[in-house]
Design a protein around this ligand. Structure first.
Ligand SMILES: [Zn+2]
Length: 265
């Protein structure tokens, strides 16, 4: 088995990664502390670029192989991973499908607003799975209703995967990998993303946009295979009723935990 690692992972597999990067002449030389921070991220992307790999900063089987690392054995999830980035790091993220359970994402996350919306995201057209286009497809996220221009906060430390792009009805979206899950922040105001390539939990990243209909909200989608950088939206029947990548999941159980942890305005 191969441990897939990315930013904010911690532990012995990260230590091994840093040792291998240093052996491969990482510049500047990395501190071998088992903490996948910005310097390690930069070293990984440079190594990937030099070796003709996709420079996404994710250390998967191809990158391990090029580094000359034996496949590291997955250590059991450490209970010593206290702190906001423990479970966010995904050092226990593997190809076994254990990614992104609510329990794993509880730690180090917060709600994307400093207050809760007046209307629940659990019913009406706001809920995940609500019919759209007269039942032809289903709602792929939860809608958090707030006025246009309301500030949106990063739900955890993370790395941007897709920069803002035109999304729906005159708004934009951006997607960010937060540890084991990927969050798409949809229906944000065009050009409002200010989070940069790397965000921290509770940081203001964007503003709520305004649909052509005049309504405004954050449309939040969650994907459980954070390591994938494949397209999230899939047109037509191939994308199933949600017209989305297969690892789309219902954000409600996550929001139910995060609503108890509000970011500081
Ligand atoms: Zn929506």
């Amino acid at each position: 088995m191969v441990a897939t690692l990315w930013m904010y992972a911690k532990g012995s597999n990260v230590l091994k990664l840093q040792q291998l990067l240093n052996k491969n002449n990482a510049m500047p030389k990395l501190v071998e502390d088992g903490d996948f921070g910005r310097n390690t991220y930069n070293a990984v992307t440079i190594f990937q670029r030099i070796n003709g790999l996709n420079d996404d900063g994710i250390v998967g089987p191809k990158t391990w192989r090029k580094l000359g690392g034996l496949d590291p054995v997955i250590s059991s999830p450490s209970s010593s991973s206290a702190g906001s980035s423990g479970s966010v790091g995904g050092s226990n993220s593997t190809t076994t499908g254990s990614n992104g359970t609510v329990a794993e994402t509880n730690e180090g996350f917060c709600f994307p607003f400093p207050r809760l919306p007046g209307q629940s995201w659990l019913n009406g057209g706001r809920q995940f799975g609500a019919p759209r286009d007269r039942g032809a497809r289903r709602h792929a996220g939860c809608d958090l209703i707030f006025p246009e221009g309301t500030l949106i906060y990063a739900v955890a430390d993370g790395v941007r995967v897709h920069d803002q792009w035109p999304f729906y009805s005159g708004t934009s979206a951006v997607s960010i990998r937060h540890g084991n899950i990927l969050v798409r922040y949809g229906e944000i105001a065009n050009g409002s993303y200010i989070g940069g390539a790397i965000v921290t939990k509770g940081q203001v990243i964007a503003k709520v946009g305004r649909l052509d209909s005049g309504r405004s909200m954050l449309h939040l989608e969650i994907y459980t295979n954070a390591a994938s950088s494949a397209e999230l939206s899939i047109r037509g029947e191939r994308g199933g009723p949600y017209r989305r990548r297969a690892d789309l999941t219902n954000p409600a159980p996550y929001l139910d935990v995060w609503k108890n942890i509000l970011p500081n305005p």
